[in-house]
Design a protein around this ligand. Structure first.
Ligand SMILES: Nc1ncnc2c1ncn2[C@@H]1O[C@H](COP(=O)(O)OP(=O)(O)OP(=O)(O)O)[C@@H](O)[C@H]1O
Length: 595
């Protein structure tokens, strides 16, 4: 009787020797694992990548079993946020096992860990790989779905489709174990229709064998799963014959829409009809048909009339078949559309760009889309100045990868690494500072005239030396405003103006306080306010990058916010803070997006 358990699972290979095909990949995996037995290898993680059902996951588990390693697996059904990855994989990677053996950490479907917004999971993985004391295997269908940072840390091992002739002995073994007699034609049919996916072949076999003890080729065609034409075989039929009917049948048996099929034909037509004598006539004729088919595809899209797909299919398939003036014998290695590969490669780049844009959007209260279209370039421009680059990197919380992207560079140069390191220090200082901050501390007034002014109220994180003892200070609730302020310097001017402004930077007094208070340590007039300044309230913040934005916001006697600090109660201060916050915010928002 047939067991309810899936055969693909029941007959999962137990050792690497049982893996069918992919000998080189298995050998590379074994060699990498053996390096772990004599210390830390150069690459502490491998990426096993390739199509579905070819033995990637099975190889990882078989390897662990062969070497007697423990396994910790995080698969796609687990919640895989940065926190979970760090907690489970991170601790497993850093801790030793009970008896000193190794522990294999397997991250299945690693190319599906992040969405567009949160790249934290990928970052966490990269961090773990750098320091892991235990071997890590990442499994992915699309290696381009992993970030370049991860890929640069890993050894990449490619698994290919399992050849149908290699599948047959494995299927035969299953039949023997299950007590089923299967004809060789039936095996052949299952193996060929599986398209290199051994899991599918096992499933087909199990479905066809349901309730039977003898399997013939006819049983396979009536089994549950449709037998689909293999795309490479279909390409062969389309390009090798001049019979339109045959070519169309091959195309109909495919599981591809005309929109995808046209890419296959487009990619392979010039490969198939290439002539040694340089005659391009057949290729030209073929592309003529393809362009007409493409017109129909465009109409389908525009009018949503899918009946026109048939004309598109006919033009592309029959056109490709009849456009040749002579036969083209011999084996041709057909290729997957390179456009798809390129799209795969750019996917991670697009994700990164959108992630940066959403960070900019958070700071500028704009949508990710707006930031992507309008602000990315501005920030990129500002990054060119090393001085602001650190502030921008810290303010946006950019990772090195994001910094590389935004700077337009292709790799982490020493300069970028320095900017990144300084930004991390800046963030750390800001963090420590905010931990130390006493919220709503009522300052001891140094004179009766001490006032709370909008300029003095804003506490900027990272403003290290600015701890006046004798002046009013409203902080805590305004820290986010302070963060905003860092990046506000000069956003209300146009891109063209920036280059002009930059010339002025050299003439800025080096000892003035920048908006975040971190750059110019000698800003004595502001960092350590004089007695007079303390009495009249501290100077408003000054932006050295663009001096016109640091104009003192002078307070007049009529300003309602003016109160004596020593008369203020905490509640008053809170109200004051809100008012100040509103004022700062309205100024900020206006200036940010006016350009
Ligand atoms: N090369 C192989 N050798 C032996 N069995 C295989 C092989 N490939 C697939 N199988 C069978 O298919 C099942 C699924 O294989 P596995 O999970 O290793 O595929 P995968 O490449 O990791 O696929 P996915 O990317 O979908 O996870 C296995 O349990 C096994 O029964």
């Amino acid at each position: 009787m047939m067991s309810a358990i899936e055969w693909a699972e029941k007959y999962r290979p137990k050792t690497l020797k049982e893996i069918v095909g992919n000998k080189k990949a298995v050998q590379d995996l074994q060699t990498w694992a053996e390096e772990w037995l004599s210390g830390l290898p150069e690459r502490r993680a491998v990426i096993l990548h390739g199509p579905a059902g070819v033995g990637k996951t099975s190889s990882a588990h078989a390897l662990a079993r062969d070497l007697g390693w423990e396994v910790i697996e995080l698969n796609a059904s687990d919640q895989r946020t940065a926190g979970v990855i760090e907690k489970i994989a991170g601790s497993a990677a850093s801790m030793k096992t009970l008896f000193g053996g190794k522990r294999l950490i397997i991250l299945d479907e690693a190319d599906n860990i992040h969405g567009t917004a949160d790249r934290g999971g990928m970052r966490a993985i990269a961090g773990i790989i750098k320091t892991t004391l235990q071997p890590i295997v990442l499994i992915a269908n699309d290696v381009y779905g992993l970030t370049p940072a991860i890929r640069s840390l890993c050894l990449e091992i490619k698994f290919g489709s399992v050849q149908s002739r290699s599948m047959i002995p494995a299927l035969n073994k299953v039949c023997e174990s299950e007590g089923i007699s299967c004809s060789s034609d039936a095996f052949q049919k299952i193996a060929e229709s599986a398209g290199g996916d051994l899991r599918s072949a096992m499933n087909d076999l199990q479905a066809a064998a349901n309730g039977k003890e003898v399997l013939e080729v006819e049983d396979i065609s009536t089994s549950g799963r449709d037998v689909k034409e293999n795309i490479f075989k279909a390409m062969q039929k389309i390009f090798k014959s001049t019979d339109c009917k045959r070519a169309l049948e091959a195309a109909r048996g495919l599981d591809e829409s005309p929109e995808d099929l046209i890419h296959w034909i487009d990619e392979n037509l010039p490969i198939q009809y290439a002539c040694k004598d340089g005659n391009l006539e057949d290729i030209r004729a073929g592309f003529g048909y393809l362009s007409k088919a493409d017109l129909y595809l465009g109409r389908v899209k525009k009018r949503q009339n899918y009946r026109m797909w048939r004309y598109a299919s006919m033009l592309m398939v029959c056109g490709a078949a009849i456009s040749k003036a002579r036969p083209y014998p011999g084996f041709i290695k057909y290729q997957q559309p390179s456009l798809w590969k390129r799209l795969g490669q750019t996917r991670s780049k697009r994700d990164l760009r959108d992630n940066i844009a959403s960070k900019i959007g958070e700071h500028s209260f704009k949508s990710m889309r707006y930031s992507r279209n309008n602000l990315l370039e501005l920030y990129s421009h500002m990054l060119r100045d090393e001085e602001y680059a650190v502030e921008i990197t810290a303010g946006l919380g950019l990772e090195l990868e994001g910094l590389i992207y935004l700077s337009g560079s292709t790799k982490a140069s020493k300069k970028l690494q320095k900017i990144y390191d300084e930004a991390q220090e800046l963030l750390l200082e800001g963090k420590e500072e905010s931990e130390e901050m006493e919220f709503f501390k009522t300052p001891a007034p140094s004179g009766n005239n001490a006032h709370v002014s909008p300029g003095s109220a804003v506490k900027i994180p990272g403003e290290k030396e600015r701890k006046p003892s004798g002046k009013s200070e409203i902080s805590g609730s305004l820290t986010s405003e302070g963060k905003q302020k860092i990046l506000n310097c000069g956003f209300d001017i146009s891109l063209e103006e920036i280059s002009g402004k930059k010339k002025n930077l050299g003439s800025n007094p080096p000892d003035t306080l920048t908006s975040d208070g971190t750059k110019n340590k000698n800003a004595s007039s502001l960092t350590e306010p004089s007695e007079k300044e303390a009495l009249s309230g501290p100077e408003p913040l000054e932006c050295t990058a663009f001096p016109e934005f640091s104009k003192q916001k002078e307070l007049t006697n009529s300003e309602p916010v003016l109160k004596k600090v020593n008369e203020l109660k905490p509640a008053d201060l809170e109200v004051e803070a809100t008012e100040v916050s509103k004022k700062t915010e309205s100024k900020t928002q206006k200036t940010l997006f006016d350009f």
